[in-house]
Write a protein of this length. Structure first.
Length: 626
């Protein structure tokens, strides 16, 4: 299934399900779990049918009839056997006089019996949540034939899409926010989790685990065979989402929730010094963490952050998290996590911990992220990366990337990195690490995508240029051809729609819009290829003003151990003849972002100092009046 078709399917399913939600009078959070439960039922059935077919291929026969499959057959293939009453087609074809909600509840119970890890996790009470007709409509909605493409994990993708859409709505309901997929993928791409133990001590709905599984599977490795996932999530609702998410994607994970999962005070899985990979998006700027309890919990190789002598509370727990992530790593482990931008330059005890971190030589990459990447958080953040297995030649170096002006606008309040933007930023890391072959592999992906888009070019001679694209020297020419084709298609579309009769106008308009959208998608791919190759050519790293800089530990010491990328990469020069207004404005705002960061850091330092002096009430009143 093509990417455009998947996107169309996602949108259609969401719009239909959202319209049905209006009939249920439920909030986003109340509607979230039951709908995800139905998608899970559809996934479980799709996977059941796929595994059943695999088992039956070599199944012995008796009297000319193949022996029926059994639960043990499925367990050997890391799949869940579905009793008949838990199968999606059984529920769809239930007689009208039967209580469908009750039948769905029994289906969930049957699956939990087959898979004890899901015991008490799958949603129930469908007979009280939905009327029969509404539930029937939802089951029909998720019975789309496209969801049978198990090899492409279409249902897993649909589940993630719904989870992200619900996350946005739930965030507006009660302030909860989830990690945006583009940040998760960036973390996974840079730490490259391919084996061993993976820990997320603030795992939320499990996005880090799912993305790690996708990364491993894309490299031809079975994630369930090579990775063991461990998670802690204090919020029970999020932990349930996580366990369902793991089940939908066929991943085995050990998830703990509730008070035992409070990572400030508990290392439930006892993984200090044992993890191959750590990834997380912890809550930022948490205060009132109990000093003695945190001290007793350990995992503090660089000591405690500053705390209030009077209240015995840690004023800002960012460096607790940072210390934990480092402490969990084994001798070659890697960590990647999201952190408040202020943490790169905070002072006093934080600064001392940061110095000790830098002096280990294990700080690998620091990457600044722009505004509006979170559903409910408009401020920028930073991605941190540790690597205890760094090459000797990199032990004295840290790669800084300032990506605050590199993103795609989704809407007025939300930005993201596209698939190709993630590849570009990751490619900078590959070059820093000397992994030239990975950079070249990305170039080949670009060429493959550009060649695939050649069929939309009318001029045969120009189409041949795209079809034969295998080097960077023609990229600018190919971009001009593609942009010319967009203009031609838009003009042709206008004429065709003007001449069409009323009956066919809508179909013609949709066909033209799809065609132009495909060409524009190829245009964006070419632009991103140019962005990368104009800077690094065939694969030679260079410090780029305003974007990236490899700094030595001595240079970092000179800047008082600041890890703010903007302090190292500087500001890109804006060319006077640059006609791309959008790009110019992004570059101009880099300096403004830097000043905003400095202001935020200064305010955080002032507030911390006031708290140390016991002036919490004054600090709180400042926030209230801000």
């Amino acid at each position: 299934m093509s990417q455009n078709n998947i996107k169309s399917l996602e949108n259609d399913l969401w719009e239909s399900a959202d319209a049905l939600r209006e009939g249920s009078k439920l909030s986003s959070q109340e509607y979230c779990m039951p709908v995800l439960g139905l998608i899970y039922l559809r996934y479980a059935f799709t996977r059941f049918k796929y595994v059943e077919a695999e088992i039956l291929k070599d199944r012995p026969s008796r009297n000319g009839v193949k022996l029926p499959v059994e639960s043990s057959d499925f367990k050997s293939k890391s799949a869940i056997f579905l009793p008949e009453n838990a199968r999606y087609d059984y529920l769809l074809n239930l007689p009208k006089d039967k209580n469908l909600g009750e039948a769905v509840d029994k289906a969930m119970e049957a699956i939990e019996k087959e898979c004890p890890d899901l015991s008490g996790i799958l949603p129930k009470n469908y007979q009280t949540i939905f009327k029969n007709d509404l539930l029937k409509d939802l089951l029909r909605l998720f019975n789309n034939d496209a969801l049978n493409e198990i090899k492409d994990d279409v249902i897993g993708r649909i589940y993630e899409y719904f989870l992200n859409k619900f996350a946005k709505n739930i965030a507006s309901d009660d302030g909860v926010f989830f990690t945006p997929k583009s940040l998760v993928r960036m973390i996974v791409n840079i730490i490259q989790p391919t084996h061993g133990k993976i820990l997320d001590p603030a795992c939320g709905s499990g996005g880090m685990f799912v993305s790690s599984g996708d990364f491993v599977n894309a490299n031809g490795i079975n994630a369930s065979d090579k990775l063991t996932f461990f998670g802690q999530e204090k919020v029970e609702f999020n932990a349930k989402l996580c366990k369902m998410n793991m089940a939908v994607h066929g991943l085995n994970a050990k998830i703990i929730s509730g008070d035992e999962a409070n990572s400030f005070y508990n290392d439930y899985h006892k993984l200090e010094g044992k993890c191959d990979f750590v990834m997380a998006n912890p809550p930022f700027n948490v205060n009132k963490v109990k000093y003695e309890a945190a001290l007793n919990a350990g995992r503090l190789p660089f000591g405690l952050p500053g705390y209030n002598e009077k209240t015995k509370e840690i004023g800002n727990a960012n460096y607790l998290w940072i210390s934990y992530f480092y402490a969990y790593l084994n001798e070659t482990g890697r960590a990647g996590f999201v952190m408040a931008s202020s943490a790169t330059d905070s002072q006093h005890a934080d600064r001392d911990i940061r110095q000790k971190l830098v002096e280990t030589g294990d700080v690998d990459v620091i990457l600044s992220v722009g505004n509006n990447f979170f559903y409910t958080l408009s401020l920028p953040c930073t991605l941190w990366f540790f690597d205890k297995g760094k090459k000797d030649e990199l032990k004295n170096k840290v790669l800084f990337i300032d990506a605050r002006n590199y993103f795609t606008v989704v809407d007025r309040n939300l930005n993201e990195w596209t698939k190709w933007q993630i590849k570009n930023l990751t490619s900078i890391v590959h070059l820093y690490r000397g992994e030239i072959e990975k950079y070249k592999a990305v170039l080949e992906e670009y060429f493959d995508a550009i060649r695939a888009g050649a069929l939309f070019i009318d001029d045969l001679e120009k189409r041949d240029l795209l079809t034969e694209c295998n080097s960077i020297e023609h990229l600018h020419e190919i971009l001009a051809i593609t942009q010319e084709q967009i203009k031609i298609c838009e003009e042709t579309a206008q004429k065709a729609e003007a001449q069409a009769d009323r009956k066919s106008k809508k179909a013609i308009k949709q066909a033209n819009e799809d065609m132009i959208a495909n060409i524009k998608e190829n245009e964006e791919i070419i632009k991103q290829a140019i962005w990368l190759t104009d800077k690094f050519g065939e694969g030679t790293y260079a410090d780029i003003a305003g974007l990236c800089k490899i700094a030595t530990r001595a240079e970092i010491a000179e800047k008082n151990y600041s890890l703010t990328p903007g302090a190292y990469v500087g500001v890109a020069e804006v060319m006077e003849d640059d006609e791309n207004f959008e790009e110019r404005m992004k570059e101009i705002h880099v300096e403004l972002n830097k000043l905003q960061d400095e202001s935020n850091n200064l305010m955080a330092t002032i507030n911390a100092n006031l708290k140390e002096l016991g002036l919490e009430e004054y600090v709180e009143s400042r926030h209230a009046n801000a």
